[in-house]
Design a protein around this ligand. Structure first.
Ligand code: PRX
Length: 652
């Protein structure tokens, strides 16, 4: 991987520091610095002892493991020989306990309809749906695609897959039919579970229609299950498509959990890398479950009586780990909201917090920036006094957004946990512990126990304080991805070849004089648009697939709300571009990837700036997209007039 230093230089100077409130600290799950230090040191020096104890105390195993941890990265295995079931741990053991009538999921639909599922309800529904899947021919090890709105059936379907040992592959509802087909094919999915449509800002998102289109190109899919969510008419193919409610109406609610190996694949989740083809990140069962469970308890300070709300869609890793597996493994009460934060009004999130008296709220900087724009009068209308902890995830949070979150939402009494992690890490890696860490706005602070990060130069040497470098992990952790589905070589190459012996997944960071980590963003060709990863190559491939496009280069630029916007430089075959082609190209990218990849700017260019060896100089394009002067070296540029023309066009 070639690494560009676009983000390595950091000029952020932030000196504010916020100690945890005394009453919070007194009751926190991790309540002293000494306790944290002892845990961190033990996990580093004796990972098998540390994680083995936690696994025995906190998870229910059908068979104990032979060894806690085998081999070093990249071929790590955790709890080898152990047998466990994720659904048993997230549902059954709570349904068997006093928690049986505790709310597991409190769900609110965008139109305002609500549902509450207790652990007992969740047990019955997952058992029934597992029987449905069995009836459709799904067996342990088969892949099931879930392409659904944020409705309880999505959590039920995930847990039902886990119950059988089937591997789920969830595709966010904002992806297009082409993206669904690619993922179905890569995973060789046997069954797809979807809905007629989901709700987003009062409009239907036509999921079943997208599945129909995708199936023409995904031959492995045999059956489709459709939840009736929006009540719109959809095409139902005979002997292929079935309504969820029909299948569930006459199926038994008895279905034992299938004990699987700790290293059995729990799910595949596709994410963007620096090349065009999405990567099927594969997580296994035992280590992932332990990692998400313990990090939920440490970072969110989860208590039995909390009402916890993570606003992420389950289609992303944040939803997998911190809407479903982590909190449910802890027997928590989780709020789920189907729709947009500004529908039907900009106070919807605060209304939900007031309505359910949410105590822990976990959202993304892109949402926080939108809240700021909508105005303080929205949160001011609602009673947010139930909140005791706030979280942030997905991208670096700007200190000003952090301060707003702290003051306006947290009333200066709620600690903020800025959690750094990735699809690949499965669980939170670097984050404040809310009872002990003095937070600094914009820093994700310190590693959790079991996480051994370092900041290194390109040769792998540790860097001193305040010098930007690559953020790597020196030691394996239980919830680490195990492979990229069907491409183990790409897995080794992507994560373990840049800095031998270390895991590296693309972020630049620095450590300050207190040892706090400041993540500066991606150093590869991955964009972070509204907290979601998109590869520039993916967007470029989509553009080049258009018959009128000759060449395209895609770069990010600073965007007030989304963090990064998508700017596409396009040369056409005819040499010309106009507004109608621009609209056409935007639609074209949406069709190939999905609405989340919608370009913000299309710039037609007669030529792109290249080096003499023909490499596009993205650094220059990034400067143009951001409206900056180019500071760095341009001596390798082949044709200077190209740059001048691009700038002229930009001004024109
Ligand atoms: O660049 C980092 C950024 O998001 C990337 C991971 O994206 P994804 O796999 O989609 O997972 C997002 C949710 C975990 C990282 O490589 N990122 C995530 N959280 C933070 C962050 N950057 C800075 N601070 C964070 N708290």
């Amino acid at each position: 991987m070639s690494i560009d230093s676009k983000n390595i230089e950091s000029s952020l100077q932030e000196t504010r520091k916020f100690a945890p409130p005394a009453d919070f600290a007194a009751n926190a799950n991790i309540s002293s610095e000494a306790q944290y230090q002892a845990m961190w040191q033990k996990a580093k020096d004796d990972p098998a002892g540390f994680w083995g104890e936690l696994a025995s105390e906190n998870l229910r195993w059908s068979k104990r493991w032979d060894s806690v941890m085998d081999q070093s990265m990249p071929e790590t295995r955790w709890f080898n020989g152990g047998k466990i079931n994720a659904c048993d741990n997230c549902v059954d053991r709570h349904a068997e306990s006093w928690r049986r009538n505790k709310a597991a999921i409190i769900w609110e639909g965008e139109p305002g309809d609500t549902r509450v599922l207790t652990y007992q309800d969740l047990h019955r529904e997952t058992s029934k749906f597992a029987n449905v899947l069995k009836r459709l021919g799904v067996r342990s090890g088969d892949r099931v695609t879930l392409y659904m709105p944020l409705i309880p059936e999505l959590a039920i379907a995930m847990l039902a897959c886990a119950r059988l040992g089937a591997t789920h592959s969830i595709i966010f509802g904002g992806f297009s039919s082409d993206a669904v087909a690619d993922r179905n094919n890569d995973a060789q999915a046997k069954v797809v579970v979807t809905a007629d449509a989901g709700w987003r800002r009062g409009k239907e998102v036509l999921l079943k229609q997208a599945v129909d289109e995708s199936l023409a190109k995904s031959p492995t899919v045999e059956k489709v299950v459709v939840v009736r969510r929006a009540g719109i008419p959809v095409h139902m193919a005979t002997d292929r498509d079935y309504w969820w409610h029909d299948l569930m109406s006459d199926v038994s609610s008895d279905c034992e959990c299938e004990p699987v190996d700790a290293e059995h694949p729990l799910f595949i989740l596709y994410t963007s890398g620096s090349t065009g083809k999405p990567k099927g990140v594969l997580h296994t069962t035992g280590g992932y479950l332990l990692g998400t469970m313990m990090s939920s308890r440490w970072v969110f300070d989860l208590k039995e009586e909390d009402t916890y709300w993570c606003t992420a869609d389950i289609g992303w890793i944040t939803g997998h780990s911190y809407v479903v597996y982590g909190p449910l493994a802890n027997g928590s009460t989780v709020v789920m909201y189907e729709g947009a934060p500004n529908w039907p009004h900009e106070g919807r999130f605060w209304e939900i917090i007031e309505k359910y008296r949410v105590s822990i709220f976990y959202t993304a900087p892109t949402a926080i920036r939108a809240f700021i724009k909508w105005g303080d009068h929205w949160p001011a209308k609602y009673d947010l006094s139930s909140l005791r902890l706030l979280g942030s995830v997905g991208e670096p949070i700007n200190p000003e957004a952090w301060m707003w979150y702290h003051k306006v939402i947290g009333a200066e009494r709620c600690p903020i946990v800025d959690t750094w992690w990735q699809t690949e890490t499965g669980a939170i890696m670097v984050s404040p512990l809310p009872g002990i860490t003095a937070t600094k706005p914009g820093s994700c602070t310190q590693p959790l126990p079991g996480v051994v990060p370092d900041i290194v130069d390109q040769q792998g040497n540790s860097l001193p304080a305040n010098q930007g470098g690559l953020l790597v992990m020196r030691q394996s952790w239980p919830s680490m991805l195990r492979t990229l589905y069907g491409d183990h070589d790409r897995f080794k190459e992507t994560y373990f070849s840049t800095i031998p012996g270390c895991y590296f997944a693309g972020d630049g960071a620095r450590r300050d004089e207190d040892g706090y980590i400041w993540v500066m963003g991606r150093v590869d060709d991955v964009l972070n648009v509204a907290g979601h990863r998109l590869s520039t190559m993916e967007v470029e491939s989509a553009l080049v697939a258009h018959p009128q496009v000759a060449e395209a280069a895609v770069v990010g630029f600073p965007h007030d709300i989304k963090g990064e916007g998508i700017c596409c430089f396009v040369t056409t075959k005819s040499g010309e571009g106009n507004e109608s082609l621009e609209r056409d190209l935007i639609q074209h990218v949406r069709k190939h990837i999905g609405a989340l990849a919608t370009p913000d700017k299309i710039k037609f260019a007669a030529a792109l700036p290249k080096t003499r060896s023909g490499k596009i100089m993205r650094r220059l394009l990034r400067d143009i997209a951001a409206g900056r002067e180019s500071a760095g070296d341009t001596t390798t540029l082949e044709d200077y007039s190209v740059l001048a023309k691009l700038r002229e066009n930009d001004e024109g």
